[in-house]
Design a protein around this ligand. Structure first.
Ligand code: ZN
Ligand code: MN
Length: 151
């Protein structure tokens, strides 16, 4: 589903109200930044970016704002085994490719054929499947090992 073309602030207000949350300037700044980037930032990176616009904001507030956005369906949280989390302002279905060297995350378009998903579901023995996430891993253009030069 494509994201709304309404002003981000109207989208945010509506989603917060629908979830019994207040609109605050801090939450708005976090949401604006997250909607404007495709870099899947960590909470620290959001904090550094937003601090220049909202000087009184703390890392704790940024973290809580991000979690509120996730709870309202306005952002996705991508968890990794090393305990790090990244946030994605894009909530339409898409997949990711993660660089094993620099940890950057790239959006990947496209879907698997639904019969392949059905086949996977059949192997889950009663597990109630509500969705799936696909992550490609490898090396981004910056991090690909340099091929040895021809002699
Ligand atoms: Zn990389
Ligand atoms: Mn993404």
């Amino acid at each position: 589903m494509p994201q709304s073309h309404r002003p981000p602030e109207a989208v945010l207000r509506e989603a917060l109200e629908a979830n019994g949350q207040r609109f605050t300037e801090q939450r708005a700044a976090v949401y604006r930044f997250l909607s404007s980037t495709d870099k899947h930032p960590t909470a620290d990176e959001v904090f550094l970016a937003v601090r220049s616009q909202v000087p009184v904001i703390s890392l704790a507030t940024v973290y809580k704002s991000l979690e509120t956005l996730v709870g309202c369906g306005l952002a996705m949280k991508l968890n990794y085994g090393d305990g790090s989390a990244r946030y994605d302002g894009r909530t339409d279905p898409h997949h990711h490719a993660r660089c094993l060297e620099c940890s950057r995350i790239f959006d990947v378009a496209g879907d698997l054929p639904s019969d392949e998903i059905s086949e996977l579901k059949e192997g889950t023995e009663g597990f109630h499947v509500t969705g799936y996430r696909l992550e490609l891993t490898g090396y981004c253009t910056r991090c690909q090992p340099v091929e040895p030069a021809e002699a």
